[in-house]
Design a protein around this ligand. Sequence first.
Ligand code: AP5
Ligand code: MG
Length: 190
Amino acid sequence: MFNVIIFGPPGSGKGTQSANIVKKYQLKHISTGDLLRSEIANGTKLGLQAKKVMDEGKLVSDDIIMGMIDSVFINNPDVKGFLFDGFPRTTAQAESLDDLLHRQKSSVKVVLAMNVGEEELMKRLIHRGKTSGRSDDVNPQIIKARIKEYHDKTEVVLSHYKKENKVVPIEGEGTKEDIFEKINTALDKH
Ligand code: AP5
Ligand code: MG
């Protein structure tokens, strides 16, 4: 299996680039943020629990996230590989993912680490907040809380994959097309 992680702070273009990557490399896209928003839209108990936390810009518990990932694995036994977007976000999630993949005699192949400055992140998300309907995009304080949560809990996940030489830094500012080119170059090497 060809498993890829697209990693980066809120607004760094994970979702935007994922759409292109899954088309070209025929991977199954897993965005834990999208999965959570669909639970919320369906009014499930899990969605209700998650919404409170997401509206504060905080991370949802590892148990909830790993439960969702387990279901995706069970429901997609025959894929060529997964593209994980916005997951794993804690070292515990990264370790659980390693275990899950290991049981399938597979592993994470590449981590694309999107680098975008904080000013640009704020600009993009405030702009998207005007139309996205995402409650965590509307208030600049919540956007800042999401970025802080990234620095406090998520950035450290990179060390987990750096130890295994899997991280490829991608300059994430510029046109969406140029950034996709850089991602292609990185993935084609694998
Ligand atoms: P999630 O949905 O993952 O959101 P996020 O990480 O905050 O990031 P975004 O989706 O906002 O940004 P993105 O990097 O995908 O960028 P995008 O392509 O959209 O998570 C939401 C919440 O769910 C979390 O806060 C947490 O509560 C919870 N959660 C999710 N996963 C979790 C996990 N594993 N563990 C615990 N909790 C979890 O682009 C952003 C904007 O910029 C768009 O408008 C886009 O058009 C624009 N843009 C993109 N590229 C460019 C470019 N090159 N130039 C100009 N504009 C650009
Ligand atoms: Mg996203």
